[in-house]
Design a protein. Structure first.
Length: 149
């Protein structure tokens, strides 16, 4: 999208550029796309809102106020990002020492999970919510049974 904005600027265009979709955000629009284009750039959350934004942008009475408001929001995003700074990274050795170690041998049913009760046949355990007493998704779907270990 930055390339599109740059090409629109190079061509001397000033029409509004609406940005939206799953791969964009207001922050990305404010930091990367809006500075690359001289015309109004507006991030629209989804297509259902694009019509209202487009109507506002072609209006003679409210267009300038709306464009100024959006530009102010984008400037605030840029200032907030500039003041944020870079997070300090820990050395790789420290990160490796703090690595998550998943013990896959643990089985809540075999460890005396208070939500698990033996089935009438004794071949499996069913888990129920401690707070409500109803079957829950604590260990899978509400109908799930956990084989006895």
């Amino acid at each position: 999208m930055v390339t599109v904005a740059e090409e629109m600027k190079r061509a001397g265009m000033t029409m509004p550029l609406l940005i939206g979709g799953a791969t964009t955000s207001k922050v990305h629009t404010a930091l990367k796309i809006a500075p690359a284009y001289d015309g109004p750039v507006v991030h629209v959350l989804d297509a259902s809102r694009a019509g209202g934004v487009a109507t506002t942008l072609v209006s003679d009475t409210i267009r300038d106020d709306y464009v100024a408001k959006v530009a102010g929001e984008y400037e605030a995003v840029r200032i907030a990002r500039a003041n944020k700074g870079q997070s300090e990274l820990v050395p790789i050795a420290v990160a490796r020492d703090n690595a998550f170690d998943a013990d896959m041998s643990l089985n809540p049913a075999s460890r005396g999970c208070p939500a698990c009760t033996a089935s009438p046949t004794g071949t499996s355990r069913t888990c129920a919510s401690i707070s409500t007493g109803r079957r829950s998704s604590a260990h899978g779907s509400w109908r799930a049974t956990i084989p006895r270990s």
